[in-house]
Structure formats: C-alpha cells, structure tokens
Design a protein around this ligand. Structure first.
Ligand SMILES: [Mn+2]
Length: 466
C-alpha cells in the first residue's frame, strides 16, 4: 500500500474517533451493506454513537434521508460521484467523510475521502475501504474481514483475475492468518457450498463448458462416467465443497480436457475461492459469492437492514427472512429471463434491447439483463428498460456486457453517464455493468444514443459524444 493511502485511512479513523455521533449513509447492495455492517460494528466497539441510513442510490430525492444534524455523515459505497449533491444539501467539509471506490467528482468543496482509485487500487470495494478504517479504529475488527471479502466479491473485484489483488489481498491474507477465512484454488463456479456438483456445473457459464453448461442431466452423466463418488454414505448428493480433494481433482482435469477438446480456453476453470469456516455447513454464508447474493437479495427487496443484521451475526430471524427473499428473488429473475427470451430483443448495430414495462421490480432488472446476455448474442451489450412502479415518469435502464467485450474496449459506465446526462437522467456503474434512471419520454433517444456511443467505443476506445 502506498503511504498516501494509509494516511487517508488513518485520517478517516481519526475523524471518526473525534466525532460525538456518526450517521452512516450506505448503498443497498452487498458491498454497501457489508461496508455499513463493518463500520457500524467498529463504531460500537470504539464507543462512538451511530445510526445507519440505506439508499438505493444517492440522488436528489434520496438526500432527504441524510439528516441535517451535528453528526459526522459517513458515506460508504457512494458519495464520491455525488459531491455536488452534498454541496447542494449544504453539508460542510467538516461533517462529511466519504469511503468509496467510485470515480470522484469534486464539486468545489473539499470533502475528506478514502478511495483506492487515485492510488491505483482499482480492485478495492467500499467494504474493503471500510474494513481498513475499522481496523485502524480497533484491531479486534479483524473478525470482520470476511465481510470485507464479501463486499469485494459482491462488486466483482476478484472476477477478472480470479483472485484478489492489492489492499483487498492484504485484507484477505490477514483474515486467513487469523482463521476467519479459508483460501483455496478451486472450481470457478457459483454455489459450491449449497449445490450438488452437477447442478453447480450446469448453472455455470464462466467458462462455458460445451456439453455441461446449461444442462444438469448431461452434467450429471459426465460426472457419473468419471466414477467419482458424488453421494454421501447417507445417499444424498454432496455439495461441491464436500467432495474429497481427489474426486475434485479428477473432475477438474476431466473438465479441462472437455474444454481443450472443444478448442476452448481453460484459464478460467480454476479460481480463488473464499470460504468462511465459522459458518454452518451448506449455508450460503459459507462462501463469499453466495453470501454476497444473500445480501443483494435483501437490498433488492428493500430490506438492507435484514442483510445488515446477518452481517452482525443474526442467524435466526434475519437469516430466515433473507432465505425467503432469496427464494422469491430467484423465482422473479427466472420469470424475467423467460419473459426476455419469449419476447425477444430488438437488435441495433451495437446493442440489443428490450422494454419489460412495469412487470418486474426495477431492482432486479440488472440481474435479469446479465442472465439473459448469456443466452443471447454475447457480442452485443444488452440494455433493459423498465418502468418504475412508484414513478411512471421515470424509467430504469440496465446495461450488461461480458468480460470479453470489456477487454475489447467496451465501457458501459462511460456509455450510461454520457447518454443519461444527454437525456435528462443520471447513471453510473462499471465497465461491465451500469444503470441509469431517465425520463420515460427520453427512452428512445437514450437507447439510440447508447448504441452510437458503443459504436464509437468499438472504433476508438475512450470517451465519446452522441
Ligand atoms: Mn461498491
């Protein structure tokens, strides 16, 4: 870590220690919830009075949730890109601290901020930043390292390289040394703690394995041919995590052969996996990516506090409520996916899009977009428009693309920021996934503007106009 970044962390901890009272303002996704839970617990331990506010995104209407009082307002997983709103809300530089990882947009007032980006730490999420501040406040906070990992994984910080890098890696290794995190190179597949091996494999698409991905029946017969025991002595399916090492090794090498046979790259078959040994067997909280899904489900059902309670150790009421949301969440996403596939998308030169009306909560549209893309033309980013249930004049737009297209220069965050600003909306996100809220009447213009911007990115990567 560079000195400057460490100093920023120490400065933030000092500002918190000096505060009589803190209001944490955080985002409702896995990273935001994990960041809030890390900081809230650290403040409790340090004896600083605190309360939390969650917002879907920091936009003008959400600012009413930010109290006008004497507390120090700590913005986590948001704030960096909305400093103009903080100025408009008349927040002084003394009463604000931003712990974020999004691109900073200064607005004339000098707000204290901890953000890895200026130091080149591009793979450190807000939960990671919050953890570093928490550790500075109270060294006992090393037990919160799993939450930092969950936030980082939730924001896909380990996705491109299939491992953590930079300060996120240091956090990981610290948690590992203290016994809170098990670190392994294992199958790069979602659901290793909760799904039987064949289901795990059939649901995976990174890498796409011909004859296995998308087909649980074929996946099962592939595994059965290997003669690796897949069932426990009691007769039930073992989840991937439970298969003994030798069996896993044989399966992975057969999968590698299958990829080679189809002329495909094997480099994404194995990745770093983060397990939390203190969690119950077969719980989705056993590994970072499933834990992140649980928190995202809470956020998407507008229950971030339930996620926060889980992060604080509640394995009773809050956990059961989250399980329930997760079940419905999956059902709703399945329906959305089916709707998209049944209706079909409209293809433009560099973009495919569909309007799903007000059938689905705007909060799940992005996930549906990501899943639909794996069944559609992966070369064209997908844009899904949906109507906001509580405001018919506003539409939500979600864009998704693939790692492959990002490597070729596609940057959806750039597209969304430019196209929404041009059409009276606001948006943001990441190269691979971005979203915006736009006026309903500007939908058509927004779509075509995004298409033109994408066309330019293919030709000359970098910012453009439309
Ligand atoms: Mn984040």
């Amino acid at each position: 870590m560079m000195m400057g970044f460490r100093e920023d962390v120490a400065g933030a901890a000092a500002a918190i220690r000096a505060a009589d009272e803190v209001t944490i303002v955080s985002h409702i996704d896995a990273d935001g919830i994990a960041a809030e839970a890390i900081l809230g617990q650290a403040l409790d331990r340090a004896g600083v009075r605190n309360r939390s506010v969650f917002v879907r995104q920091l936009e003008p209407v959400a600012m009413r949730h930010v109290p006008k009082d004497a507390s120090l307002k700590v913005f986590t997983d948001l704030g960096a890109g909305q400093q103009n709103l903080l100025v408009e809300h008349d927040l002084s530089s003394e009463e604000v601290l931003i712990l974020d990882h999004h691109v900073s947009q200064p607005a004339g007032r000098d707000y204290r901020q901890v953000n890895g980006l200026p130091y080149g730490h591009t793979r450190l999420s807000a939960a990671g930043v919050s953890y570093l501040v928490a550790r500075d406040l109270d060294p006992s906070c090393v037990d919160l390292s799993p939450l930092a990992v969950v936030g980082n994984v939730g924001d896909m910080m380990a996705r491109t390289d299939l491992q953590m890098v930079g300060p996120a890696r240091e956090i990981l290794e610290e948690g590992n040394r203290a016994g809170y995190i098990d670190l392994a190179r294992d199958l790069n597949c979602y659901g290793i703690s909760t799904r039987p091996a064949h289901v795990c494999l059939a649901f995976g698409d990174d890498p796409f394995i011909p004859g296995i991905s998308g087909n649980p029946t074929l996946a099962l017969s592939f595994l059965q041919h290997l003669g690796v025991p897949l069932q426990s002595p009691g007769g039930g399916w073992m989840v991937w995590e439970e298969i003994p090492f030798d069996g896993k090794r044989r399966i992975v090498s057969a999968l590698a052969q299958q990829l080679v046979l189809h002329g495909r790259d094997t480099s994404r078959l194995i990745g770093e996996v983060y397990l939390f040994p203190h969690e119950a067997a077969r719980s989705p909280l056993r590994n970072a990516s499933e834990y992140a899904t649980v928190l995202n489900a809470c956020g998407r059902w507008a229950k971030p506090l339930v996620g926060s309670r889980i992060c604080r150790g509640d394995r009773g009421t809050a956990y059961r409520e989250a399980e329930h949301m997760l079940t419905h969440h999956r059902g709703m996403i399945r329906e959305l996916l089916q709707f998209i596939l049944d209706r079909g998308v409209t293809e433009l030169s560099h973009l495919q899009y569909i309007h799903v009306g007000d059938r689905f909560p705007d909060t799940i549209i992005g996930i549906g977009a990501g899943m639909a893309l794996s069944k559609l033309n992966p070369k064209k980013p997908i844009l899904i428009l949906g109507q906001m249930a509580d405001d018919p004049l506003i539409s939500k737009a979600s864009l998704r693309t693939t790692d492959e297209m990002v490597r070729r220069g596609v940057d959806l965050q750039q597209v969304v920021v430019t196209a929404s600003a041009k059409n009276g909306g606001s948006g943001g996100g990441h190269r691979i996934a971005a979203g915006a809220y736009i006026p309903k009447e500007a939908e058509e213009r927004f779509v075509h503007c995004a298409n033109r911007l994408l066309a330019r990115q293919y030709a000359h990567p970098g910012p453009g106009h439309c």
